[in-house]
Design a protein around this ligand. Structure first.
Ligand code: CUA
Length: 351
């Protein structure tokens, strides 16, 4: 019955503990109103025919219904509405009250991507991994405008506001992958502001988390890929890159928010088509990014001075790859929809 109605109403899968209860109320309201509208409608049509005007002089008799009938007509519909209100209010309170044992994940919305940070672990962009069957609380804020975190399968939707934290909790019932949508118009990239929740088996999640904590860097060095289900453990690499960038002073000349500085900004730099002083165009891929760290003067982007010192020998290979991963993570458009397919944070862009 539940599944039949769900399909009839084109509702998505019920993937959280909220979904079933919320849908039940939904079905209750829809069925009641449907049945009542049907009864009222057919009665009206029936009466049009049955009591139609038969002659020019015909008058309608004056009928006064008894008090109890009037009372019934008021109290029955009212009791239904009140019942829906109390059931709905109950569910609302439940959704607004995260359980004390919930695990926290920080969420930051910005044009046009979702960033996730685990208090004791990695960062991730657009991919939120959670264990199945565990209460998860999202602490959400925005860096620019109002967004709204929406996972239809979980039946959760909550505004994400700049300068303020909102929270939302859920408990995903089974492993699976679900789309995260932004449900508040936030500019040109609103429709591509998508992410993915990957609900993992608890054991797999623990393994993944442990792997992230240990750091993907070490395993990168010896060349053995650290992968779970084809997903490289990149969270930490991006984190490392961020640290390296701060330590080595990269951020003194390169901004990460798109502002022009002494050097080109790192925002959306990955796979950007850059015009060089020679007039040639290059694709800012991994190779170019690495080259410009090692021998910056070789290919200078048009409009900039060749002032950057070479970092050959000053950056270790892991540091370089961490920086590259960090730069790759700095994407403002978040066009990716199948996050764990690719080997990296590369957008689905090809130029
Ligand atoms: Cu963010 Cu719409």
């Amino acid at each position: 019955m539940n599944d039949f109605l769900r399909r009839m109403l084109f509702l998505p899968e019920q993937a959280s503990t909220f979904a079933r209860d919320l849908d039940r109320l939904h079905f209750f309201v829809i069925l009641t109103t449907f049945v009542m509208s049907f009864l009222v409608g057919t009665t009206a049509i029936l009466f049009f025919v049955r009591f139609r005007r038969r002659s020019e002089t015909q008058t309608t008799p004056h009928i006064e219904p008894p008090m109890w009938l009037e009372a019934l007509f008021v109290t029955i519909p009212l009791s239904f509405f009140l019942l829906w209100f109390f059931v709905g209010f109950n569910e609302f309170v439940r959704q607004q009250t995260p359980p004390a044992d919930a695990m926290d994940v920080y969420v930051m919305g910005k044009k046009w991507m979702w960033k996730f940070a685990y208090p004791d672990g990695p960062n991730a962009i657009n991919v939120l991994r959670v264990p199945a069957g565990r209460n998860v609380r999202l602490l959400m804020t925005s860096r620019d405008v109002i967004h709204s975190f929406y996972v239809p399968e979980f039946r959760i939707k909550k505004d994400v506001l700049p300068g303020r934290y909102t929270d939302q909790w859920f408990n995903a019932v089974a492993p699976g992958r679900f789309q995260i949508l932004c449900a508040e118009y936030c500019g040109a990239g609103h429709s591509v502001m998508r992410g993915e929740v990957i609900v993992m088996k608890p054991e797999e999640y623990e393994t993944w988390l442990a792997l992230q904590k240990r750091g993907a860097l070490a395993s990168r060095q010896d060349g053995s890929p650290t992968e779970i289900e084809g997903t490289p453990a990149l969270g930490n690499l991006v984190e490392q890159g961020k640290r390296v960038a701060a330590e080595k002073g990269c951020l003194k000349c390169h901004s990460i928010d798109g502002t022009r500085h002494i050097g080109p900004t790192w925002l959306d730099l990955y796979h950007r088509r850059e015009r060089l002083t020679t007039g040639a165009f290059i694709d800012a891929d991994e190779a170019y990014l690495t080259r410009s760290m090692m021998d910056p003067a070789a290919e200078i982007v048009d409009g900039y001075q060749p002032v950057m010192p070479g970092y050959e020998g000053k950056l270790t290979a892991p540091e370089t790859s961490a920086l590259v991963e960090y730069i790759k993570s700095l994407q403002s458009d978040a066009v990716r929809t199948g996050p764990s397919e690719g080997p990296s944070y590369a957008p689905l862009r090809n130029n």
